[in-house]
Design a protein around this ligand. Sequence first.
Ligand code: S3P
Length: 172
Amino acid sequence: ARAVLGTRNLVLVGLMGAGKSSIGRLVAHQLGIPFVDTDIEIERVSRMTISELFEAYGEDEFRALETRVIKRLLKGGPRVVSTGGGAFINDRTRRHVKRSGLSVWLKADLDVLWERVNKRDTRPLLKTENPKQTLEKLMNARYPIYAEADLTVLSRDVGKDVMVKEVLVAIV
Ligand code: S3P
């Protein structure tokens, strides 16, 4: 699988709770290439949490910063890059991602996502009256766009090791 990538990146996209960060880290380890998480990198360079950024500057500013950070991260391939859920939705970011390597959509259904995100309330987009409904709306709006990724892997509760294998099998 490592040889297939060459200097290209493997970029994980999909909604919050799909497992981009946890699976991405393990896939990178298996491939023996570096792992980066765009949200963590954004928090590092801004010295603020994602929630603080949303509160202080709003979503548009956050997206602008996200686009710049991802563009830079994609330059150092090969890497496994896990992206924030909205990154691939942005036209510019999606173009950068598509040019830099293989994109994999970790696709999950609403209940799987909800189970995973409702335990932690770190997601500013879900601070609404009815977060599950908000998540569903995000799904409906974004799934046609995530579908532009090169590959799709179904994210289920089958254990991380199985998910990692499925991603590795998908890319060869
Ligand atoms: C967002 C997802 C989050 C984070 C921000 C916005 C989104 O990342 O970037 O809260 O628009 O879906 P995760 O997908 O890692 O939770």
